[in-house]
Design a protein around this ligand. Structure first.
Ligand code: F6R
Length: 587
């Protein structure tokens, strides 16, 4: 949610800040803005909507220092006056996060506020301190002590042509070290490492950074100078760009044979699962905590872990988990699933658990993310950079990783060899993309979508519905098939498209029965499975037969394609669904 970038060096700050914002556009696209220190002073440009709008507004701005912002609106609409950088007096500032006491601060630090944001008040407080002390860094430091909530921000001062101050509490902030006396700051690591430098230092919670006149200094929350370790990060071996695909999302859907193979290879050796430790040997209970798609992957994890390992698993939404009474025992293990490793609710839940001394594992995609750096051990999705806002390949990699973790140290390894068929099976499903596109175009006459599944297929029903909601902006609901008659069946009429996950496995006959009940009420039935049950299915999408732990992975690929093609047929920008952002760094 929101991305911030800063630069000070001998290059063109404008080019670098714009490049940085391009990299961060997945974090928001409600508005963007930047300020560049030119020979005529700081020049601020802001625009509503996508980054292209900002680029169109900028002519030439030459200068060595700049900060920029890409916005996902929290306080105030996506308007020009709410776009960052915000400027109060001589201070300009870009911010990612939410200042929870902004109203209280606005009352205390009176000013003719131009925006509805919670950000402008940070600039106002800094400006107030600065007008009294004339010390820019100290003013920022004093301001951070008054802020409640979450923030990563960068501030510049018109009196200090070569100075940027950054502060972090919650959302990430990374400093990159370029050539001599060249510094980059960004909300994420990939933007630094992919583009500019592999030498970085992470700000931890409460820390500040002061880049000034060719020097970079870090400070702790009590204001004392700290020595930071500069790390060298390997650039991910990952081609950027959409290649020949119309969207990142489609490219990422089509990458799934490779991404699933990567995670398989990462945790197997000579056909045997190869985690360095027994993982759950002494655990009495496993908790899985995550948000959104990662939470749904966690529900699949519960199914395979309980079935294979035989340890009870509780799956919690991080946004709820962090506020509930935690009943954790010393031998429990908590798995945090997060593609980005930066989701605020997941991180906050992790901090609650960490205080209890319970073992915490992360399943994450972005190495060196906040979660990755803080947990006891990380297991990587190896999905490669996921750019599309709607998760696809990271989701399937999470399912594969959870299955591998469940199978670790199990005596029966017959499923492991079948796992290596997965890339080929996904490939077969992908070959149906054009057929699915033709089918999806016809769905526009339906006003509501119901996704039904049982057992390991239920989390997939939830994920399929989420993909439809976020991409097509249509009400879609995932439901356990057997629960329909306890209420939701009342919703079914001719305007409802029912998508039934109906593999010929243990759940098949019961599922078909539930689909018959929906059909009898006028619902249009689309089944996905390895056998077409013609008496129930109005339409069918055939997928290959496989082990019941693997078929959910194939089903979700079909559901991704349905949501993708349907949303495209409605003319939506699937890589940038409205109101959303990829990295959710606010609660
Ligand atoms: C949906 C989607 C989101 C994320 C959720 C958690 O397509 O991508 O629901 O799964 O925001 O994000 P991470 O996994 O980064 O914690």
């Amino acid at each position: 949610m929101c991305g911030i970038v800063g630069y000070l060096g001998s290059g063109s700050a404008l080019d670098i800040v714009l490049e940085g914002l391009e990299q961060l556009e997945y974090r928001g696209y409600d508005s963007s803005g930047l300020t560049i220190k030119t020979s005529e002073g700081f020049k601020r440009v802001r625009a509503e909507g996508s980054l292209d709008h900002l680029k169109q507004k900028i002519e030439k701005l030459e200068g060595p220092l700049g900060i920029g912002h890409i916005r996902w609106a929290t306080h105030g609409t996506a308007s020009l006056e709410n776009a960052h950088p915000h400027k109060v007096g001589k201070i300009q500032l870009v911010h990612n996060g939410i200042i929870e006491n902004s109203e209280e601060l606005k009352t205390r630090f009176k000013y003719n506020y131009q925006s509805q944001t919670d950000t402008e008040v940070i600039a106002s407080v800094i400006s107030d301190f600065y007008s009294r002390t004339g010390d820019f860094f100290q003013s920022v430091f004093e301001t951070t002590k008054l802020l409640e909530g979450a923030f990563a921000f960068l501030a510049v001062c018109e009196d200090e042509a070569h100075s940027i101050v950054g502060a972090r509490k919650g959302p990430p902030l990374v400093v990159g070290f370029g050539k001599e006396k060249e510094f980059f700051i960004s909300s994420d690591l990939p933007s630094l490492v992919q583009k500019w430098t592999s030498r970085v230092a992470f700000l931890e919670d409460g820390e500040l950074v002061h880049i000034q006149d060719g020097r970079c200094q870090f400070f702790s929350s009590d204001g004392s100078l700290i020595k930071k370790k500069i790390q060298t990060i390997q650039k991910e071996d990952q081609a950027k760009g959409k290649e020949d695909y119309a969207h990142y999302m489609l490219k990422e859907i089509f990458e799934q044979p490779h991404s699933s193979l990567r995670v398989l290879k990462a945790y197997t050796e000579k056909g045997q699962i190869n985690f360095s430790s027994p993982l759950f040997q002494s655990a009495e209970k496993i908790f899985i905590v995550a948000c959104g798609s990662s939470y749904y992957a966690g529900l699949y994890g519960k199914f395979v872990l309980e079935s294979i390992v035989g340890i009870p698993v509780e799956v919690d939404l991080a946004s709820e988990f962090q506020y509930k009474s935690l009943i954790l025992k010393p031998k429990d293990i908590v798995l945090f699933i997060s593609q980005s490793g930066e989701t605020a609710d997941t991180l906050s839940s992790f901090h609650q658990v960490k205080k209890r001394g319970v073992t915490c594992y992360a399943l994450c995609n972005v190495r060196n993310s906040s979660l990755d750096r803080e947990v006891d051990a990380s297991f990587y999705l190896n999905a490669g950079l996921e750019v599309g806002v709607a998760s696809t390949k990271a989701f399937t990699s999470t399912l594969v990783l959870l299955l591998l973790m469940a199978l670790n140290k199990q005596k029966d390894h017959s499923l492991v060899s079948q796992l290596f068929d997965l890339p080929f099976l996904i490939d077969q499903v992908l070959s149906k993309s054009e057929q699915i596109k033709e089918q999806a175009v016809l769905f526009s006459k339906y006003k509501r979508f119901l996704y039904l599944g049982r057992g390991p297929h239920y989390p997939i029903a939830l994920e399929g519905a989420l993909k439809m909601k976020e991409l097509a902006y249509i009400h879609a609901e995932g439901y356990p098939s057997g629960e329909m008659k306890h209420g939701p069946l009342a919703l079914v009429d001719q305007e409802v498209l029912v998508i039934g996950l109906a593999m010929k496995d243990f759940y098949y006959s019961k599922n078909i029965m539930n689909l018959q009940e929906a059909k009898a009420r006028g619902g249009f039935i689309l089944t996905i499975g390895d056998q077409n049950h013609k008496s129930v299915a109005d339409q069918h999408i055939e997928i290959p037969s496989c082990h019941p732990f693997l078929s959910p992975i194939l089903e979700v690929v079909v559901l991704q394609l349905i949501a993708y093609h349907f949303a495209c047929s409605l003319g939506h920008d699937v890589d940038h669904p409205r109101n959303l952002a990829k990295s959710v760094t606010v609660e």
